[in-house]
Design a protein around this ligand. Sequence first.
Ligand code: AMP
Length: 216
Amino acid sequence: MTGKHIIITGPPGSGKGTQAVRIAERLGLRHMSTGDLLREAVAAKTELGLKAADYMTRGLLVPDDLMLGLIREELGADDGRGWILDGFPRTLPQAEALSDLLESNGIGIDNVVQIDVDPGVIVKRVEGRRVCGECRAVYGIATLPGGEKAGCPKCGAPLIKRSDDEEETILRRFNVYREQTEPVLDYYRKRGGKFVAVNGNGDIDDITAEIIRALK
Ligand code: AMP
């Protein structure tokens, strides 16, 4: 039997990436983050990375045709563990294309998890967000044990600020989410399936526990 197939969505800074990693670990799922895959492609200067970099830095969505190519490749490498899809779909055409792809593979979406956060909390959180340049772990500077300069608590590599985490870009990404990604939520609501909406303003552990409870 394969594991669950879950989509997790939320505005930038909602903690969806952090929660996706935790849920994947707890439920033994593969974590697929289109944001991480794109950042890897940009760092490796692949053809996709070179095309995507400018959109990402400006806080805009990477065009659907590029995203569909990426997701097709990722889903093609399915290992049967089930997965949690983090950051995809972000537009209606992406959602429709994903439904077609999954249908032809006999896979259904078990849950859509939506994390909601107040805009004021988002700006604060994203400005303090740092990512390990090596292992990609994500931290908030307020809770880093040795401070930002001590490097990544997991692997010691330097921590960096994402190029799209500046205030103006965050607000643009938030608007993009409202305009282009929120309609995707209605798409899944209409198709039925178990919809899990959680308030992401609170404590990280409490939010993980709430999601896991709702998924069972
Ligand atoms: P994230 O790490 O999920 O916040 O994604 C970072 C950036 O990657 C986004 O602001 C977009 O520029 C791009 N991106 C990630 N996923 C998608 C997607 N499904 N469609 C379009 N652009 C995406």
